[in-house]
Design a protein around this ligand. Structure first.
Ligand code: URA
Length: 234
């Protein structure tokens, strides 16, 4: 919300009076005197007027988890263990997932309480690339590379998948890069190649954030400042 709107709403003032408070240099946001009425404030901003605190800042949390196979990409579930059950940090109930993996898949999951940040990662228009390693139940035909690039018609959604990159590493091993995340997308794409099934599916990168080799399945860590700020497309 814009700062003048926030001040007007919180102090029950007209926007004109709210802007006067700014001109009088009475408003402090995150420790700095604010003068620009267009400054964006969120629940993560601390806002003060004189010695009165108008809003305490909520702490932002950003973390990565190495999801093991068998764990549900959800924050709660009556039956299955969820990714949140693996995390032990303050305010964990405020976290949500920035993208999911199937229960049978493993790899990188990002969690946060910052909705703007997760939206910027999952917005299809931003075309954030996600990279996966797959193992198949039988050899991958060479023509699969072009088919992944051309896209597949998906029913019942009635859509064509965006160009995806398939790099064949061995007869039954490949890397797949997607710019979107349709329901069971990679499994369905392989299945269209004469019914190939996946033995394993592992995500090792989302945009510029890579799953570290030393983060064991089931472990998590906070993101670094560089990972939080990194430009997402990779
Ligand atoms: N594609 C799938 O089929 N499953 C996943 O978990 C991710 C991508």
């Amino acid at each position: 919300m814009r700062l003048d709107h926030f001040i007007a709403k919180t102090l029950d003032l007209s926007e004109r009076d709210a802007r006067f408070r700014l001109i009088e240099r009475k408003i402090v946001v995150d420790g700095k005197t604010a003068t620009d009425h267009r400054l964006e404030v969120s629940r993560f901003s601390r806002v003060e007027i004189g010695d009165r605190i108008l809003q305490e800042a909520v702490t932002q949390h950003y973390l990565m988890l190495h999801k093991p196979v068998g764990i549900l990409s959800a924050t709660q579930d009556p039956v299955h263990r969820t990714v949140l059950d693996l995390i032990d940090c303050p305010d964990k109930e405020t976290l949500h997932l920035a993208g999911r993996l199937d229960r049978s898949s493993s790899g990188l999951i990002l969690l946060t309480n910052d909705g703007r940040w997760s939206e910027s990662l999952t917005d299809p228009e931003r075309k954030i690339r996600k990279h996966y390693l797959v193992e198949t139940d039988r050899p991958i035909p060479a023509e699969a590379v072009k088919k992944f690039e051309d896209g597949f018609e998906f029913q019942p959604e009635g859509i064509r998948t965006r160009p995806a990159t398939l790099v064949i590493h061995g007869p039954c091993h490949a890397g797949v890069t997607l710019e979107e995340g349709r329901y069971h997308q990679i499994k369905r794409m392989f299945h269209r190649l004469d019914g190939i099934r996946l033995v394993s599916l592992h995500r090792d990168r989302i945009g510029s954030i890579a799953l570290p080799h030393d983060l064991a399945a089931g472990d998590w860590r906070p993101l670094t400042a560089a990972e939080i700020q990194s430009p997402h497309p990779s």
